[in-house]
Design a binder for this molecule. Sequence first.
Ligand SMILES: Cc1cc2nc3c(=O)[nH]c(=O)nc-3n(C[C@H](O)[C@H](O)[C@H](O)COP(=O)(O)OP(=O)(O)OC[C@H]3O[C@@H](n4cnc5c(N)ncnc54)[C@H](O)[C@@H]3O)c2cc1C
Length: 340
Amino acid sequence: MKRSEGTFEGVWTLGETRNGEINPVSYELLAWGRELADKRGTTLASVVLGHDIKDKVESLIQHGADIVYVVDHPGLEHFAPDVHAAVLEKLVREVMPEIFIASATTYGRTVMPLLAGKIETGLTADCTGLDIEANSGLLIQTRPAIGGNVMATIKTPNHRPEMSTVRPRSRKPLAKDESRTGQIIEKTYPDGLFNSKVRFIDFIKDETTALPIQEAEIIVSGGKGLKDGKNFDLVRELADLLGGSVGASRQAVDLGWIPYSHQVGLSGKTVSPRLYVCAGVSGAVQHIAGMSSSDIVIAINNDPDAPIFKVCDFGIVGDALEILPILTEKLKALKATTNK
Ligand SMILES: Cc1cc2nc3c(=O)[nH]c(=O)nc-3n(C[C@H](O)[C@H](O)[C@H](O)COP(=O)(O)OP(=O)(O)OC[C@H]3O[C@@H](n4cnc5c(N)ncnc54)[C@H](O)[C@@H]3O)c2cc1C
């Protein structure tokens, strides 16, 4: 849609549901949206598509939305990309938001490009930062480019809405405020809009027992300073004891010590745990980019000048292969005492 086609107003976020409930990733996105809307001096709306969800959207207002647009229909129970994109297109053409952002989850990454194509506007995928340009009011979309070697700043000056997906876990949700009030607007469309070319057959749950690092509250990570892949056992033992997950630097992954799904950083996962412990990780900018929103960082490194010490809350200078077992033993002893 050309900017000249009309008056576009308001910031929108795409809400997500999981197993019939609002997915918490929607609240993180609202934190981004709230800041953009306040800077732009406009309202923040969240859009949710699903089935049997209209009674659950109040929480989006409590986490920062002024308005919630909800489309509740049996045809939206399972994610059919063609239907979700068609419904969003209707809504966007009707209400004409200025900015529309989604999480760079499987849902956001699938539906937003389809929508952008339908309404003929730009889309910046997988942003690590969003802001409003002071003079022009344009959305400033920042994302790594050329394999992460440069940070590109992208604007959409001539088309609307300005659309981006933003990395999950790149922002903490705003605190829930039960006294916030807002407007819930239910939209209905003819049944024909919900006919899909996709047929839902079955849902197969991922039975992997370990918690993915993006969802972990505690992460213990290892880097090249562990010297050998088998020393990751020390990291695993501490992580298990703390009830956390195992992370890794790219060097550790490239050396084949641990699968890519554990990699933290620019070309890996963005994490936001309460506690991030890292051993033998130097603290390269690309690693920091993936864990800088952790609440507390404890670093173990034998080089007192390692960059990781500039971003940690607690630093231990020493050999990780000696310190990890000491921490594990101390923790076991502490647990034994408290369990008595
Ligand atoms: C485009 C691009 C994308 C990238 N994406 C990522 C990414 O997603 N994630 C990521 O991590 N990196 C990424 N990198 C790589 C990044 O630049 C670093 O090379 C990498 O993070 C370094 O890993 P490391 O800290 O394990 O290894 P090193 O930099 O080699 O550091 C090892 C550290 O261990 C310490 N050490 C050595 N022995 C011991 C010991 N016995 N006890 C304690 N400490 C010890 C050393 O002092 C050193 O600080 C990317 C790079 C590029 C160019």
